[in-house]
Design a protein around this ligand. Sequence first.
Ligand SMILES: CC(C)(COP(=O)(O)OP(=O)(O)OC[C@H]1O[C@@H](n2cnc3c(N)ncnc32)[C@H](O)[C@@H]1OP(=O)(O)O)[C@@H](O)C(=O)NCCC(=O)NCCSC(=O)CCC(=O)c1ccccc1C(=O)O
Length: 288
Amino acid sequence: MDYGDILYAEADGVARITINRPEVMNAFRAQTCEELIDAFNRAGWNRETGVIVLTGAGDKAFCTGGDQGGHDDTEPGDAAATGGYGGRGTIGLPIEALHDVIREVPQPVIARVQGYAIGGGNVLATLCDLTIAGEGARFGQVGPKVGSVDPGFGTAYLARVVGEKRAREMWYLCLRYSAEEAFAMGLVNAVVPDEELDAEVERWCRELLKRSPTALAIAKRSFNADSDSIRGIGRMGMQALSLYYATPESREGGRAFREKREPAFREAREGSAKGEGKGEGKRGGGTG
Ligand SMILES: CC(C)(COP(=O)(O)OP(=O)(O)OC[C@H]1O[C@@H](n2cnc3c(N)ncnc32)[C@H](O)[C@@H]1OP(=O)(O)O)[C@@H](O)C(=O)NCCC(=O)NCCSC(=O)CCC(=O)c1ccccc1C(=O)O
């Protein structure tokens, strides 16, 4: 596969995968997810590769989740309306397959985080085996601010990593957390000055490359086994999410972000319940 949205490099036992869309803070669209899946499989099944590093291009962001310009913005009730991202998978992004492959590759995956790890970007960093952050990194979830949610690993697995209270706080309040705060809650393994980030990631890679790759693979699979049930719950939740994306309430979030204004979720939900707006009646007036 030729890559347009990501960069891929292999050297000295380390595969580096870089989301290369700095103009949208490394937000991902369907094509980005497809390329990431291909790259993870390429690195994961190469016996020369001992560690995989996932990062984002530039110094502004690791990844800010789904590309808000990529949502289907047709009105609910229009024949083509899905509210999704227009690609493969339940919500038009093969996000489930991307999450799976990060967990499936036998090598440890390190998230090298500089700048923002927000929304689906924070989920990707959380799913990596290890996270190393520059001191300027900022973490957080934004779903309920923009009409989205990750009903699988992004919520349930996050709770295992940082604990139920913190995970609920992150999702409900949509605050941003500094690298030090993320370290304190166990979301990050190490924080270093931004200019030392590459050297620190390299140091961790060299340590991992000294370890038995088979023992690491068994350890990884053993850690995963305990949280694999989240996958099934996530699949079910994703079906619900695809219905939610087609509602005025969810669409209001994406639109408000693009229009740089506060969303009016409650008005959108109530308008929908009353059957106001184009096509709502055809969907039974549900709000998702
Ligand atoms: C990242 C911010 C906090 C940065 O804020 P700030 O520093 O004030 O800069 P801005 O002016 O807001 O942004 C600068 C510039 O970047 C553009 N941009 C930022 N993020 C995105 C994005 N995600 N998509 C498109 N464009 C983006 C922004 O528009 C600006 O462009 P200009 O041209 O300069 O105007 C802040 O930007 C922010 O909060 N961004 C929103 C992040 C967001 O909404 N992410 C999507 C979250 S929902 C999601 O990821 C769903 C998809 C998904 O991932 C998923 C779905 C279902 C199950 C699982 C998952 C999953 O976990 O992956």
